[in-house]
Design a protein around this ligand. Structure first.
Ligand code: MRU
Length: 345
């Protein structure tokens, strides 16, 4: 595993504060819902699968002091905490998926004594964490049939170990290829405004010894035109039933550029990122972020005070741009109306 992003410590959550990377690798402890909501909203923890894990573990951590409460009081706390966590960020469906799964467990065991129910919830959250690690591995393996020796892989944002409990999704494809001695070369888009590609993707690939080259977002077309990119692989925050894919802002532009250059554009994601209740990308809620993230970035002000800013955190790439999905159920190709059924449970 490239890095341990998030872990359970028996009563609280330990995780890397990703806002401080790559300058410092600092771990923080989370014990309450306000602490976890703040960590999620400020992107100390981020990436769709990691958000699901954080939601589930954060819920158990917050319930730890309530293990001796009467069942009714415990359930009231559960509902309050689950409700606050599931809306901390709106686009990645994994967060709501994980909280729904915890809620199902609480519903199924309404009669259980409080301590026993807390232990059952702890077990469920740890299963979510373990299953994610397994899914990452399978995603990486499903991509190997299309990743050739010396392949140049362009990725956007960070869909790596830092966004999951394992190998990542898009980066799992590169990690498994690297393990198999394929000598792949990764191009990491910087990913304005919060620089997940520059700060996180390059950091974890370098830690793992995978060849990586950083480019600014506006260098993507030139890098493709030069012939260095054989494929694009990105992660996803939510994939609608028809294959429309929400991912970090800028992904849609990368997909259009890939099409223009005849480069296949792939999406890597676990089944927990597919939302069959949302028919098309038009139904995916897109988070908007504070203007300061654009105007101030990581240093001095880069825009006039008071300028109007539009800052969507994600965009939707229509399914017609996606050459295939690397998933824990294998490599799924069009037509998605039928192939995505492999992921329905
Ligand atoms: O705003 P972020 O950093 O949470 O956005 C993350 C992404 O867009 C990732 O590509 C996506 O969540 C997939 S992570 C495996």
């Amino acid at each position: 595993m490239p890095v341990e992003t998030i872990a359970w410590e028996g009563s609280h959550v330990r995780m890397i504060d990703q806002t401080l990377l790559p300058g410092a690798k600092v771990e923080i402890e989370i014990r309450t819902v306000p602490e976890m909501v703040e960590a999620i909203q400020s992107l100390r923890i981020r990436g769709a699968p990691a958000l699901g894990i954080a939601g589930a573990l954060g819920l158990v951590a917050a319930l730890t002091p309530h293990r001796d409460d009467p069942p009714n009081t415990f359930r009231e706390r559960f509902d309050e905490y689950a409700g606050a966590l599931e809306v901390a960020r709106p686009t990645a469906v994994n967060l709501k998926w994980a909280i729904d799964r915890m809620r199902q467990v609480a519903d199924q065991h309404r009669e259980m004594a409080t301590q026993a129910l807390w232990e059952r919830l702890e077990q469920e959250a740890l299963e979510i964490l373990d299953e994610d690690r397994e899914m990452c591995r399978k995603i990486g393996e499903s991509a190997q049939q299309v990743i050739l020796e010396n392949a140049g892989i362009l990725t956007h944002c960070n869909a790596g170990g830092l966004a999951t409990s394992g190998y990542g999704t898009a980066l799992a494809c590169a990690y498994v290829a690297h393990e198999q001695g394929k000598n792949v070369r990764v191009f990491a888009d910087e990913t304005r405004p919060l620089l997940q590609g520059s700060r996180l993707t390059t950091w974890e690939l370098m830690e793992s010894g995978v060849d990586v080259t950083l480019i600014c977002d506006d260098m993507t077309a030139a890098t493709m035109a030069k012939g260095d990119v054989d494929m694009v692989i990105v992660g996803a925050d939510r994939i609608a039933a028809n294959g429309d894919t929400a991912n970090k802002i800028g992904t849609y532009g990368v997909a259009i550029l890939a099409k223009e250059h005849g480069i296949p554009f792939y999406v890597a994601a676990p089944r927990t990122t597919f939302d069959f209740d949302t028919p098309t990308g038009a139904g995916i809620p897109i988070e908007e972020r504070a203007s300061e993230e654009v105007t101030h970035g990581f240093g001095p002000t880069t825009a006039p005070a008071g300028v109007k800013v539009y800052s969507p955190a994600f965009d939707v790439t229509p399914a017609r741009y996606v050459a295939g999905f690397f998933t824990d159920a294998g490599f799924l190709e069009p037509p998605y109306e039928t192939s995505l059924n492999a992921l329905r449970s």
